[in-house]
Design a protein around this ligand. Structure first.
Ligand code: PMP
Length: 361
């Protein structure tokens, strides 16, 4: 019998087995086309249908209002850290950024090349262990937009609420929690996300942008990052990442079959609770994030005796619990438990952690 393998890597992360099976099934002959989806023209009827269906399914899953454009771009979330200011400054010279950790800082560094960045709130003084409450935010009236990272993938801090920025557009890097919980898209000006966690393989970046915010990009904006231009061309101003879009479409179908984001969210709440309840019950492990801001997707934790780290990882690997090593900036461990991680995977991790504690505690 095959041993169950659970991949807790932060991304590119595990995909639903159904998605991988469908890819395998169709790899050599895409639905009778006689060639792989990788080998077909992005302008042909077959691929156009793939892209159109992926967009329609994503719109349905996230209940995206009609006045929002959905783009499938390249360049990752990192590309969007630059595209956001280039498209959204629209004659203004500054933007507000909330600094909750590594990915906020990356966005801030990139935006600083294009505009003045006002740090509206920061949790740096507490080692990025919490999400600053709205009352701590100091927003500037003349800011072009407000940017934040709803889920810090490395720090494991997740906003359980959507900020209110009034008439100033809210921009969110949702790379690591998109489609994991229900959100009201109409609260956002722009949502962007690299695909490689909850959507599909690396290579496609989803951008959801309110239409009225497009059309006034900086003149020096690269064409591929110009929201209006890409929207006008159905994200095909140049060759899109066809295979990644196809896989994303398979994930969207799979999510719909599972009952949509509402059902998936319930599942995610239960998985996260299982792991955090165990961490809270143990004196052997600790997790650094304020309880109310704990991420449902990325769970960083430390062994109190860090000398046991290597042994922990080695034994976890032997048990088929892979990629638990924390990011180099934080150290310790991190379990990424995105949508596709089954409850059994989290249960297996908790069983292993309990046994490891009994052996060494
Ligand atoms: N933002 C967040 C929240 C992320 O988790 C990541 C990747 N881990 C990035 C941005 C960077 O994404 P990419 O590698 O697709 O540019």
């Amino acid at each position: 019998m095959n041993k169950a393998i659970y991949n807790f890597g932060p991304g590119p992360a595990m995909l639903y087995p159904e998605v991988l099976r469908a890819v395998r099934e169709e790899l050599l002959d895409f639905r009778g086309y006689g060639a792989s989806v990788m080998e077909m023209s992005h302008r042909g009827a077959e691929f156009m249908e793939v892209a159109k269906t992926a967009e329609a399914d994503l719109r349905e899953l996230m209940r995206i209002p009609a006045d929002y454009k959905v783009l499938f771009l390249q360049g990752g979330a990192t590309g969007q850290c630059a595209a956001a200011p280039m498209n959204l400054l629209r004659g203004k010279t500054s933007a507000d950024y909330v600094n909750t950790g590594y990915w906020s800082q990356r966005a801030i560094a990139e935006a600083s090349k294009y505009c003045e960045v006002n740090i509206a709130a920061s949790s740096e003084h507490k080692n990025f262990s919490y999400a600053p409450a709205q009352s701590e935010w100091r927003l500037k009236k003349d800011a072009a937009y407000v940017h934040y990272v709803p889920n810090e993938t490395i720090g494991g801090v997740e906003f359980q609420w959507v900020p209110d920025t009034g008439s100033v557009p809210l921009v969110a890097d949702m790379s690591s929690n998109i489609l994991s919980r229900e959100i009201d898209v109409s609260r956002f000006g722009v949502i962007y996300a690299g695909a490689q966690k909850n959507i599909g393989p690396a290579g496609v970046t989803v951008v959801i942008v309110r239409e009225d915010l497009t059309g006034d990009a900086l003149k020096r904006t690269p064409a591929i990052f110009d929201y209006a231009l890409q929207a006008k061309n159905d994200s095909m101003f140049n060759t899109p990442p066809t295979f990644a879009v196809y896989c994303a479409g398979l994930t969207f179908k799979c999510l719909k079959k599972l009952g949509g984001v509402k059902e998936v969210e319930k599942h995610n709440i239960a998985k996260a609770k299982l792991l955090y309840d165990f961490l809270d019950s143990s004196a052997f492990y600790r997790t650094p994030v304020e309880k109310r801001d704990r991420s449902r997707m990325n769970v960083p934790f430390f062994l109190r005796d860090e000398r046991l780290n290597d042994e922990f990882l080695e034994h976890a690997n032997e048990r088929g619990l892979l990629h638990l090593k924390g990011h180099r900036v934080l150290g310790g461990m991190r379990a990424s438990i995105y949508n596709a991680m089954p409850g059994e995977g989290v249960a297996a991790l908790v069983d292993f952690m309990r046994e490891f504690e009994t052996r060494h505690g």
